[in-house]
Unconditional design. Structure first.
Length: 265
């Protein structure tokens, strides 16, 4: 009697979809905390977050980090900072270092956003140093990359991969690559689906070819809104939301697009 055929190995569980929100400097202190309460309540009841199909992180202004962390402590929503110092400690007036951020409960630190580059002159050297600071302190950098001017999808993919390689040269660890074409930030519409797919796929392929960045993901920002996650499908690992997310109902609309294990079964 022949032995029964071995059962096929189970398919690996899909990685959770990452949804990030940066509040920039739009909210006041109490407005931030009220928003956080609504987001926390949403995360504790929505099927996508409850099932683990989605992971959510928020980046409030520095003074609101500690109370926001307290509000979200039992919701599963992670917090992070919108910036990080290149140095860990010392005489750097107005800066906040990675050890401080880690101590107060941050899990993420945003680096390289186009506004910091344009308004405060942060070039590749500074962005790379801030990325290194996040990684050495156990924080996941949300590394913003993307072309300045509108070009073809193939050109955008080439430029953005080259930028990523420069910024991560010599570094290892898990990162969130936030693809944000600078010309699309604050625009009425995001980049086209074809454009986003081309660049995010190129970034994903670049990461997959480098085990040093195991566990990393690629998300899209730049006027991201409802319906985009569905349109992009597996081309991106999630979205990085801005003003659209000021209304928690809009965050819920994005979460509604994420297929949960129950929905797939």
């Amino acid at each position: 009697m022949s032995a029964p055929a071995p059962s096929p190995a189970p398919s690996p569980a899909p990685s959770p979809v990452t949804i990030g929100v940066s509040l920039k400097m739009y909210f006041g202190h109490h407005e931030t905390l009220n928003w956080a309460r609504r987001i926390g309540e949403l995360a504790t009841r929505h099927p996508a977050t409850v099932s683990g199909a989605a992971r959510l992180f928020v980046l409030p202004a520095f003074p609101a980090l500690v109370p926001t962390a307290n509000i979200l402590a039992w919701s599963g929503v992670a917090i992070g900072a919108q910036d990080i110092a290149t140095e860990d400690t010392g005489p750097y007036t107005g800066e906040v270092g990675g050890p401080f951020l880690k101590e107060i409960g941050c899990r993420y630190a945003e680096v390289g956003h186009a506004e910091r580059r344009r308004l405060y002159g942060e070039g590749d050297t500074v962005v790379a140093a801030k990325t290194a600071a996040a990684l050495r302190n156990g924080l996941t950098p949300v590394l913003c990359v993307g072309e300045r001017d509108r070009v073809s999808p193939a050109q955008a993919a080439e430029r953005t991969v080259e930028e990523t390689a420069r910024l991560l040269h010599g570094l290892t660890g898990t990162v969130v690559l936030a693809y944000e074409p600078q010309w699309a930030i604050g625009a009425p519409e995001p980049a086209s689906t074809e454009h986003i797919t081309a660049v995010c796929t190129a970034l994903r392929d670049w990461l997959d070819a480098r085990p040093a960045y195991a566990g990393s993901t690629v998300i899209y920002g730049g006027s991201a809104g409802p319906g985009l996650l569905t349109a992009l499908g597996p081309a991106t690992g999630g979205l990085f939301l801005g003003r659209f997310a000021h209304d928690p109902a809009n965050v819920e609309a994005v979460l509604d697009e994420i297929r949960t294990p129950a929905a797939v079964a």
